[in-house]
Write a protein that binds this ligand. Structure first.
Ligand code: BES
Ligand code: ZN
Ligand code: MN
Length: 509
């Protein structure tokens, strides 16, 4: 990898608008609407804007689809040779479900992602899904075509790549369409930045390197950047980050990235957990699946990517990401269960379990973030296995101050990330009492682990700040097979939720 690969490399296909299929398009992706189920004889219909195909072309495709028996059920893929009247060789039909589903952006995004995963080996593809919903089609195609092959030698480098260019067919490629596409492309590229970070192995992404890459990417879009190295962390008394980081030979960092809105813009603080690898420390994790802990910086990746996006979209909101980065290792210099550390700001914490390290690095960062007097604070982290137990692998949990928490959950649903609002039961605070310090970092039982972690974090949120904490332990990293526009590995969740919240705050405060 050259030094600027992370800044310059294309993270997905080029996206272009057109009103008709072009000479260099090799395949056509076309959406199929499922027939009304009351009518047994009905056939699926083509989802396509006016003027994109002529009547004869549309008729020829419809006939071919009828012959192969496609249903138009959501996500169904049918590949067939294109009729002679078309300039492309191949037609890839993708089911969009029933006509009522066409208004649901997520259905289009998922279908576009599924289609994109079927196009390896084709250089340039035209799509009609953009004539149904341009932004959703662009995001879904781009995110479905995402690949991470940086660490494959020629031996296993795939012979067939996803399309390098996607032509988005629309009825009108005027100003509104251009703006919608630019927005979708910026959002999708930021998701890909977060995925790249998560997918980069811990051998290559350790705190110092993570900080360097965040600074390069941030500087390239005009963010103000600041890095506290281990010495600066000592000097500043960031006891949580230092305590977690001291078991590793790769020393911790705290990165700060700022996008500045116009005068009187609202201030949003973002904080993301950046544990580049979590062995558990002295409270070591079992070997099985420990490799998944390469994703323990998914929260950091997301807030860095979202701040870059705020700059690219020039959002009228001031955003500062405060990102603690450390590696949680067991060693002769590691913190011990029973150690007491002093968080940034002075709260003392008894570290009963060194594997509950995320809350320790987040607490320092959140106190620091609140010194900037933000209106809102969003933190996100692969924080608890309990998130997976409570909500499964695709549904982030969101906790915090009631109103803002609900706003985040509602906006998350609009982008298809579906974070779900969860409570902060006051009785859990008692379970975090320590025999010797202000707080213990874990409770003495397994109940409501996701909520208990959030109750711990609440202690570090300044009063008057509207706060949302998003636990993404499952959703940040896909350990199963690819689905929709989500590949294996890093997913980029919750970049689009944070982006939607920042845009909403920019629009209405
Ligand atoms: N990084 C883990 C949480 C995690 C688990 C993320 C599974 C992704 C998948 C976190 O640091 C952790 O170890 N949490 C402990 C907390 C416990 C000791 C209170 C956990 O969930 O077991
Ligand atoms: Zn962790
Ligand atoms: Mn841990």
């Amino acid at each position: 990898m050259t030094r600027n690969d992370d800044v310059d490399r294309a993270r997905g296909p080029e996206l272009e608008l057109a009103t008709t299929i072009g000479k260099s398009d090799e395949a056509l992706v076309i959406g199929l609407i499922k027939a009304d189920s009351d009518d047994a004889a009905a056939e699926p219909t083509l989802a396509i804007g006016d003027g994109i195909l002529d009547d004869a072309q549309a008729e020829a495709i419809s006939n071919a689809i009828r012959r192969v028996g496609a249903s138009g059920g959501h996500g169904e893929i049918t590949k067939m040779p294109a009729p002679d009247s078309l300039d492309v060789g191949l037609v890839v039909a993708v089911g969009l479900g029933s006509a009522d589903d066409l208004d649901d952006a997520e259905q289009i995004r998922q279908a576009a992602g599924i289609a994109a995963r079927e196009l390896d080996g084709i250089g340039q593809v035209a799509t009609t899904l953009s004539s149904v919903q341009l932004g959703a089609a662009a995001e879904g195609h781009f995110l479905g075509a995402y690949r991470f092959d940086t660490f494959r030698s020629a031996k296993t480098q795939p012979k067939k790549n996803p399309p390098a260019r996607i032509t988005l067919l629309v009825e009108d490629k005027g100003k509104a369409a251009k703006a919608e596409l630019a927005h979708a492309a910026a959002v999708a590229d930021s998701v890909a930045i977060a995925r790249d970070f998560v997918n980069t192995p811990p051998s290559h992404l350790y705190p110092e390197e993570f900080a360097d890459r965040a600074v390069r990417l941030g500087s390239a879009v005009g963010l103000k950047v600041e890095v506290l190295d281990d010495k600066a962390l000592e000097k500043g008394a960031y006891g949580g980050i230092l305590g977690v980081g001291k078991g590793s030979s790769r020393l911790p960092r705290l990165v700060r990235l700022t996008h500045t809105g116009r005068k009187d813009a609202k201030k949003v603080a973002l904080v993301g957990k950046g544990i580049t690898f979590d062995t558990g420390g002295i409270s070591i994790k079992p070997a099985a699946n420990m490799d998944h802990m390469t994703s323990d910086m998914g929260g950091a990746a997301a807030v860095i990517a979202a701040t870059i996006l705020a700059a690219r979209l020039d959002l009228d909101v001031s955003v500062t990401a405060t990102v603690p980065m450390a590696e949680n290792m067991p060693s002769g210099t590691a913190q011990r269960p029973g150690d007491v550390l002093t968080q940034y700001g002075g709260t003392t914490v008894e570290v009963l379990n060194t594997d509950a390290e995320g809350r320790l690095v987040l607490a320092d960062a959140m106190v620091r973030a609140c010194e900037d007097d933000p209106d809102y604070l969003i933190d996100t982290a692969t924080l608890t296995g309990a998130q997976l137990v409570a909500l499964g692998s695709r549904t982030p949990g969101v906790m915090g101050t009631d109103e803002f928490r609900d706003r985040v959950a509602t906006l998350s649903a609009t982008v298809g990330e579906n974070a779900w609002a969860m409570p902060l039961p006051t009785e859990l605070r008692n379970d975090l009492k320590s025999r010797v310090a202000d707080l213990a970092n874990v409770t003495n039982n397994r109940n409501a682990g996701m909520l208990a972690a959030a109750v711990f974090l609440k202690e570090f949120v300044a009063s008057g700040v509207q706060w949302a904490h998003i636990d993404i332990a499952g959703p940040a990293f896909n350990t199963g097979g690819p689905w929709g526009y989500t590949p294996k590995g890093g997913t980029g969740v919750p970049v689009r939720t944070i982006a939607a919240v920042l845009e909403d705050i920019a629009a209405q405060g």
